[in-house]
Design a protein around this ligand. Sequence first.
Ligand code: ZN
Length: 254
Amino acid sequence: MNDDIYNSPPYESGKQPSEAPVAVVTPRTWQSLFSPSNSPPEWAGCCTREGRVIYNGEYVNRVLCGDGYYGGHRFDVQYFYREFIHELSHQDLNISIFGGSEEMIDFFAGNSNWVFEGLAELTPGIRQSTSDFRRLLQTHVGEHPDFSSQDLNGDFWRVDDGPAGLNLAYQYSARLVRRLASILSQLYYKSTGYLNTKPYGGLVCWWEVARNRYLGGQRESFIDAVEDVASVRQGTLLSIERQWRSDVLNGTAE
Ligand SMILES: [Zn+2]
């Protein structure tokens, strides 16, 4: 791929996200997006930053024009488009709820990243069969019996060893968000009298609540904000997760 067709630099401060919502950058510019302590794994080809979906041009080139092998994994075009939809979902939430504020997004990613990633991963649809997911979960829980969503905060690149369609963290997050979505809608309805009927609309409404509390000085996770405002006992949603997880392992839930 010729460097001329790359956008550079990837973003400038003060630039409105809508001016260039997607950027393809040179490998060198891609690397410069990350600090040495937060460098992406070699198979990561895109991310969402400051209201933009940013691609490493080498990744785009390999997947769309080459043999699809990048960073030790094979990516097909269908995977590429699903990932694009995943990233657009992040971008939509990041801009519509957080106004593109990296400070707020980083804060909530640090304590609630599974909610972000689960929702983004649900937008293109679950990628793994339930039996594959169950097998993956069984293996992981065998090694980490206390595994839960609380292990899925911060950067997923640190907890996963492969792209979203192949690993546990994204698939666990997506299925858990799907499990909690209707509960969250009902809690929102009970708390406010407003029923949002859009897919995962209740969850997005709770993000607005968590954001408003953050802006009011409250520093808490997404789940803590929900449980406080909805006046449910602390740990209620985590106990629902534990039950769901054991139902998945027993083969009675997805
Ligand atoms: Zn993501």
